[in-house]
Design a protein around this ligand. Sequence first.
Ligand SMILES: [Zn+2]
Length: 170
Amino acid sequence: MTPIEVRALEFVRDFIDTRGFAPSLVEIAKELEVSRPRVTQLVKALVDQGQLTKEGRKWRSLEIVGVTDLRAVPTSRLQAELGRRGVNLSALAVPETRSWSRHAVTCAVDSCDIVVKRGHLMCRTHWFAVPYAMQEGMKLANSAGDGATYQDLFWRAKEIAARATARKVA
Ligand SMILES: [Zn+2]
């Protein structure tokens, strides 16, 4: 994926997550500041790559496929993305001073009620569904006391883990 494809995919995912339906081509074009023909090409490329699915000609039927988006993003690109948001993970690498999930008793994935050890966020199945770069990002953000970054990564990780399970069941 090219950087602009990653941005497009991210925008579609965030849009679906917050509104419950896919953005229109015009909305994607506006966000990426590209022309209508360019955005059509971009979305088609993502569909061809299997990152997105679309029902016929209905653009609002776009869906994110599985978990390939963030899993496919190498650490350097994730860091670049966090950098774009004003966070530098390497600057957060300070010694851990406190437990980062002291009160967790069941897996953080909403539909999962497996009891986890103190200090663990998720059951093994769900945790291993989270891309390594995100696991590391959460640990670093937590140890640095960067709650905003931690929350952001945690929220995405939870969503990815939940999708991974849903896909297995389906
Ligand atoms: Zn679980």
